[in-house]
Design a protein around this ligand. Sequence first.
Ligand SMILES: Nc1ncnc2c1ncn2[C@@H]1O[C@H](COP(=O)(O)OP(=O)(O)OP(=O)(O)O)[C@@H](O)[C@H]1O
Ligand SMILES: [Mg+2]
Length: 236
Amino acid sequence: MLELDHLAVAYGSITALHDVSLRVDAGAIVTLIGANGAGKSTTLRAISGLLAPRAGSIRFEGQNIAGLPAHRIVEMGISHVPEGRMIFANLTVLENLKMGAYRFKTNPRWSRDLDYVFNVFPRLKERERQAAGTLSGGEQQMLAIGRALTGQPRFLMLDEPSLGIAPILVKTIFEKIVEVNQTLGITVLLVEQNANLALEVSRYGYVLETGRVILHDDSAALRANAQVRHAYLGAG
Ligand SMILES: Nc1ncnc2c1ncn2[C@@H]1O[C@H](COP(=O)(O)OP(=O)(O)OP(=O)(O)O)[C@@H](O)[C@H]1O
Ligand SMILES: [Mg+2]
């Protein structure tokens, strides 16, 4: 469904991605792990059109989307939940969800899309009139994912959904990610520093180090890999 081929991305004179090739098959959950500054968020920003690649290609369902404007990429069915959630704190839960569906403003399916989101996250329904900034961290993450789902994506990218969330809610968030993948059929590219959980729910994984893919394998094999265990799974 998605294929990056020798992707290179720079911020001005600073090269953040040197050489990233990866693929995500339709229906899969694929995870991208790596230390701080490895280039995980940069990879997602390039896919969603927020950064133009310096070299390489990004193919989505066979079409090269590298350099297309972000709104075109959203329209193709790619949705991005950015690191740090970026919800509108002063707007209500419902208003935040509407922002995610802005391109469907006149869409008669809006109430059905809303039901679809509330089905996955009943807690958002209970709190639809509450200011988003007063939600707990985990609830804000649910809102960020819910907002991405109102755009009816076929491909969902999540940037560190477990960041700053209590362990008990992290488990809930990951269960939701699996549910979105399995029951809604949405393909997922997951960026995580919580490598243990990410490799547990994903089928395949890539390890990024200073802008390069240094290792990739089935998630189960990565979890057993001594190098990965030592560097990312906190094992000795
Ligand atoms: N706007 C920017 N301008 C200049 N350099 C940047 C910018 N954004 C990121 N970088 C640099 O690009 C590199 C990759 O950053 P990126 O945010 O992709 O890392 P990451 O793997 O997501 O890290 P983290 O786990 O901390 O979120 C880092 O060296 C970072 O300092
Ligand atoms: Mg990041």
